[in-house]
Design a protein around this ligand. Structure first.
Ligand code: CO8
Length: 276
């Protein structure tokens, strides 16, 4: 099968829709088409008639290294296009608003089996998940390197990092572009459960999370779960939606200024690396 067919997988198992990020050799960094595919699968999961849970999992050693910096090789795009509203409205503004809303508005329980670190836009999306299970706290970190890339927060992370980690850690993450360790995330209450890295493969870890979650909701009344999800959302919707629209407007400004284009090319050519 071609990479296009296997890069992100979708299956329904009993009452769970499972979405798997499956590009381990690129640490599950996602290009524009792959973020779009992830969004479409999430829409499909939202509309499944018989599921209660949507579980996002990944293969390999990272959950996701964020946007793929080699996408649409920027060294080959005409300069005029690369600094135009048209280019970034389509590739950045529309995509980020849509994806962030999809994650935030998901009707089912949304959970993640997190096999390793998460970076960039994918961090923003992970922060919109209801339940987070991490394989190994020592290997997990989240990195929101927007300040290092000449960008601003994405995926409503300016609101969600604050809500899920507190003011101080959110400031460290966004103002200093520092990685936040698994231990800090656990102590802040972000992580529901971790497993001390005890599984010998990511697949075994993913299976365990699937099984535990299914056991947890097995005897609960489905409509109550889904209504409670709506109620929980009521109080946080306002600040998440506000953050989403403000972030993309500022982010668009950064692309039009042109700093991130250079940083992405430097990352792709391995001239710079994030401080971890
Ligand atoms: N994009 C493409 N390929 C990647 C990415 C990425 N983001 N991250 C890792 N890879 C690839 C590497 O190029 C390498 O491939 P190869 O073996 O072919 O050279 C492979 O994955 C393994 O990576 P490393 O050898 O670098 O592994 P390390 O363990 O040494 O380092 C790191 C791991 C620290 C994660 C490092 O790979 C790294 O810094 N990656 C970049 C992470 C990043 O900056 N992501 C972007 C965040 S910003 C964001 O998500 C929102 C931007 C919005 C853009 C919208 C329009 C384009």
């Amino acid at each position: 099968m071609s990479e296009e067919e296997t890069d992100i997988l979708y299956e329904v198992k009993d009452r769970t829709a499972i979405i798997t990020l499956n590009i381990p050799d690129k640490l599950n960094a996602l290009n524009g088409a792959q973020y779009l595919k992830l969004g479409k699968f999430l829409e499909r999961a939202n509309n499944e008639e018989d599921t209660v849970l949507t579980l996002i999992q990944a293969s390999g050693r990272f959950f996701s290294a964020g946007a793929n910096f080699a996408d649409n090789d920027m060294t080959k795009v005409e300069v005029e296009k690369l600094f135009s509203h048209e280019y970034w409205l389509e590739r950045f503004v529309a995509r980020n608003v849509w994806l962030t809303n999809l994650f935030n508005d998901h009707k089912k329980i949304l959970a993640a089996a997190v096999n390793g670190p998460v970076i960039g836009l994918s961090t923003g999306l992970l922060m919109l998940v209801d339940l987070i299970y991490v394989h190994d706290l020592n290997k997990f970190y989240l990195l929101a390197p927007f300040a290092n890339l000449g960008l601003v927060a994405e995926g409503a992370s300016s609101a969600t990092l604050f809500a899920r980690l507190g003011w101080s850690k959110a400031s460290e993450a966004l103002l200093l572009a520092k990685p936040i360790s698994g231990a800090d995330c656990y102590n802040a209450g972000l992580i529901n459960k971790h497993y001390d890295g005890k599984f010998s493969s990511t697949e075994q870890f993913n299976d365990q999370v699937y099984k535990e979650l299914n056991d947890a909701f097995e005897n609960l009344h489905e409509d109550s779960i889904l209504q409670n999800k709506q109620l929980l959302k009521l109080s946080r919707d306002q600040f998440i939606n506000h953050a989403n629209s403000q972030e993309v407007m500022r982010g668009l400004g950064k692309w039009l200024e042109g700093v991130p284009q250079t940083r992405f090319v430097q990352l792709a050519q391995k001239e710079v690396k994030h401080k971890l």
